[in-house]
Design a protein around this ligand. Structure first.
Ligand SMILES: Nc1nc2c(c(=O)[nH]1)N[C@H]1C(S)=C(S)[C@@H](COP(=O)(O)O)O[C@H]1N2
Ligand SMILES: [Mo]
Length: 221
């Protein structure tokens, strides 16, 4: 064989081997995909986490989880401050609940999180405690009678349809205010205050919406 042809073969083999190695290494690398949400639960069709209308008072909030804390304070024996991880370590619960906005749309989601009742028990609400006020990162707030959390199993959620709550849906925590209008489902929760007084008016409540916000009643106060 002439010298030139030999070299051509050697180079060709080299090129083919290099391509083969590159293909092999790339294919053996696991590609991480975004987790897919579940859209059915126990035979029930679920809405998508995208089926919401984003019209929050100050737009989407982006909370930096490394300096986030959840404060639980007020008329309690043991005020607490939890990191995101500490909340996730608690007993979790899941439940399908529908959110109904006063604008006329709704979304049915599989929610997962902690029971607000468990949080209240940990801080030991005082004997005269009557209301629980939730505050959010965007300045939003809303209040509930303390008994609401003992009459019903109310979840403070960190997952929707088995995916971590998105920033636009209220990451890290959103309240699943079952049987109440959407404006009671506070997102981006930062603080929970237990109060001896009755009558706190949150963002929409101080603008004419009903304090109770029950779905079976008008939302006008
Ligand atoms: N912090 C905060 N939570 C909030 C709101 C808000 O503006 N800020 N809007 C409320 C309203 S009116 C509704 S209907 C629900 C669902 O809102 P979304 O569709 O924007 O997720 O979130 C509620 N929680
Ligand atoms: Mo709403």
């Amino acid at each position: 064989m002439e010298e030139g042809k030999k070299w051509l073969i050697v180079i060709s083999i080299g090129v083919v081997l290099t391509i083969a190695l590159v293909v092999f290494y790339n294919s053996s690398d696991t590609k991480r995909l975004a987790p897919a949400e579940v859209r059915e639960y126990q035979g029930k069709k679920l809405s998508s986490v995208e089926d919401f209308r984003e019209n929050s008072i100050k737009g989407v909030q982006h909370i930096n989880i490394s300096d986030y804390t959840l404060e639980i304070i007020g008329a309690v024996e043991n005020p607490k401050s939890y990191t995101y991880e500490e909340v996730l370590e608690k007993q979790n619960y899941e439940k399908v609940v529908t959110l109904d906005c006063v604008e006329g749309w709704s979304a049915t989601i599989l929610w997962k999180g902690v029971l607000v009742r468990d949080l209240l028990d940990e801080v030991e609400a005082g004997e005269n405690a009557k209301e629980v006020i939730f505050y959010a990162y965007d300045g939003y707030s809303t209040a509930f009678p303390l008994v609401y959390f003992y009459d019903k199993d109310i979840i403070m959620a960190y997952e929707m349809n088995e995916v971590t709550v998105l920033p636009e849906r209220g990451f890290p925590f959103v309240l699943v205010s079952e049987d109440k209008w959407g404006y009671k489902w506070i997102k981006w929760i930062t603080k929970i205050e237990i109060s001896d007084e009755v009558g706190y008016e949150g963002f929409w409540e101080s603008r004419g919406y009903a304090r109770e916000g029950n779905l079976n009643e008008s939302f006008f106060a």
